[in-house]
Design a protein around this ligand. Structure first.
Ligand code: BDR
Ligand code: CA
Length: 312
């Protein structure tokens, strides 16, 4: 299995993404999870990381949690309680974390782990890129030592938090810029592809009727999430953003990719946090990112369902 570090801000779709990874031991070995500010504050994302590992039962029992950055590099913090609830995990039947977070800072864990296994580690980032950017600044050798960074964020077209910007990109544009400019191998799954995978009521029902706790909790989370998606975007359910990034590690064949140059707008203004994607190569700048363009969303959902069905 591929060694992976999961970095994110759970956050209900981060939690589902991490369950998907934890339930897939043939494909990935989760070395640890690192948390970042984002959907809710760092204390909550770190607590929710422990809850998510506990939900995975044995598959999560040995996985350490490392708290990372509690705020963006430059901008003021941004959260999304309207999407993820005040706690970040709006569900009723949640276990308590089984182990406390480690003392080591998440950024140091990332640096140490990647250096121990040069060329091997995949970093799956499903939140603002603050931890990854800090790791790249502290350890300039890291971009070259990672197997790849797989990031849910940005997009080739519209935003979701502002007309121009996607939440993870907007929540730390400077960090996103550091990461995309570092020369690491990056696969980016932005709104243009993740909005193709909607957790429709029928799909949520299939998760609920899996009959295990991972299924019922995921269904409850996605039902809360659907309320916001219906009201704000007129969609029948929430988009499976973060699970798409994990699915792309498990099953790259489900996604169509396009290499292109991607820059991040770091000037405050209408386009703050926008990932400016050179779809047509009009700048003649070299491609620095493999961008997800299409997903086989039916196959992606079947994968999610089958894997969550393996959990308690
Ligand atoms: C992204 O923002 C967060 O709210 C989600 O967890 C996802 O990572 C979608 O824009
Ligand atoms: Ca997230």
């Amino acid at each position: 299995p591929l060694p992976v570090i999961l970095d994110g801000d759970p956050g209900l779709d981060d939690a589902i993404a991490w369950l998907l990874a934890l339930a897939s031991p043939e494909e990935v070995q989760v070395l640890g999870v690192t948390t970042v500010h984002g959907n809710v504050g760092l204390q909550l994302t770190t607590h929710n990381a422990g809850v998510t590992l506990a939900l995975a039962g044995e598959a999560g029992a040995e996985v350490p949690v490392f708290a990372g950055a509690d705020r963006p590099l430059v901008r003021v913090p941004l959260t999304a309680p309207e999407v993820h609830g005040d706690s970040g995990l709006p569900a009723s039947d949640l276990p308590e974390p089984e182990r406390a977070p480690e003392a080591e800072h998440g950024v140091n864990f990332i640096i140490r782990t990647v250096r121990e296994r040069p060329g091997e580690v995949t970093l799956v980032a499903t939140g603002p890129l603050t931890n990854v950017a800090l790791a790249f600044r502290l350890a300039p050798d890291l971009p070259g030592l990672l197997r790849e960074v797989v990031w849910m964020g940005g997009g080739t077209a519209q935003g979701n938090r502002t007309p121009a910007a996607e939440f993870n990109a907007l929540a730390d544009p400077h960090a996103a810029r550091v990461v995309l400019e570092a020369g690491a191998r990056v696969r980016m799954f932005g709104l243009n592809v993740t909005m193709q995978a909607i957790a429709t009521p029928e799909r949520v029902e299939r998760l609920r009727t899996l009959g295990n706790r991972a299924g019922t909790v995921s269904a409850e989370l996605l039902t809360f999430y659907a309320g916001f998606y219906r009201q704000r975007y007129g969609l029948p359910g929430g988009a499976l953003h973060d699970p798409a990034a994990v699915a792309a590690v498990l099953r790259p064949d489900l996604f169509q990719m396009q290499p292109m140059n991607v820059q991040v707008e770091t000037q405050e203004g209408l386009n703050f946090g926008r990932t400016v994607c050179d779809l047509y190569g009009v700048t003649d700048q070299p491609a620095n990112v493999q961008v997800g363009m299409r997903v086989d969303d039916a196959a992606f959902f079947e994968l999610l369902l089958e894997r969550l069905g393996r959990l308690p």
